[in-house]
Write a protein that binds this ligand. Sequence first.
Ligand code: CP
Length: 303
Amino acid sequence: VNHLLGIKYLNKKDISLIFETADHFKEVINRSIKKVPTLRDITIANIFFENSTRTKLSFELAEKRLSADVVNFSAGQSSVKKGETLIDTVNNILSMKVDMVVMRHPNPGAGIFLSQHVKASIVNAGDGAHEHPTQALLDSFSIREKLGDVGGKNVVIVGDILHSRVALSNIFALKLQGANVKVCGPKTLIPKHIESLGVEVETNLRKALEWCDVANMLRVQNERMDISYFPSTREYTQQFGVNKEMLNSLDKQIVIMHPGPINRGVEITSDVADSDQSIILHQVENGVAVRMAVLYLLASKIK
Ligand code: CP
């Protein structure tokens, strides 16, 4: 059985294959062909133990565009609330002849755990503060689309690196493709020893922006903190929020990304998020083609 549990388990060739496959699906979508019969015999369960807008809808659309049969499960309306375990929940879903499981879960490593205990292909749609592999793939795909190549580009990831699965998966994906990566944020929100992943730490946002070709802005994930890691939102915005004035003062036009959801006026102002420099909605658009590619490549191994 094959899984997508994290970028950590991929190599450069895997990423190239996913992107070439996603190119094909994007072209199909752009030709207004809404549905292809590729996964007609496959049933996929999307099981979400954490809230989601983009990832959940994007996987469901990708599955439907590939003609898979789709069932959706939200933990909040399920028998998980009556104490049913993760393995029991998934084995019950699988006994209804489900082939693949797309799962979001608050616990780091939940997808890895599940892959060791159930007989289905598992796709990690975000596991706590660990990995969010399809987000990193769609982010790199979007950089490649905008700048031609990821290799050799200077990318800074700004914000709450400590609690971000998007940051970790992006670091793995960008490094595999030969990008130069810096992280920027308050010291309290940057993991110790992050340099061991081959990234540099920059705590001055202006210097980070002057250096980069691409800035990926992250939100502060207050829901993953039991104490406050930063004095106040206002101070965070003053030091690590990006605004139009700051971007206009640079001697080049950098690309602005954000995985969403955005906290407008905190890590990014509206005039930046909605500007020509922002590719935020292109990231969301590309998410469907990239997820179609991932599902197609995994399903071709179980068919
Ligand atoms: N980027 C992302 O994972 O967004 P959602 O939480 O809305 O899925």
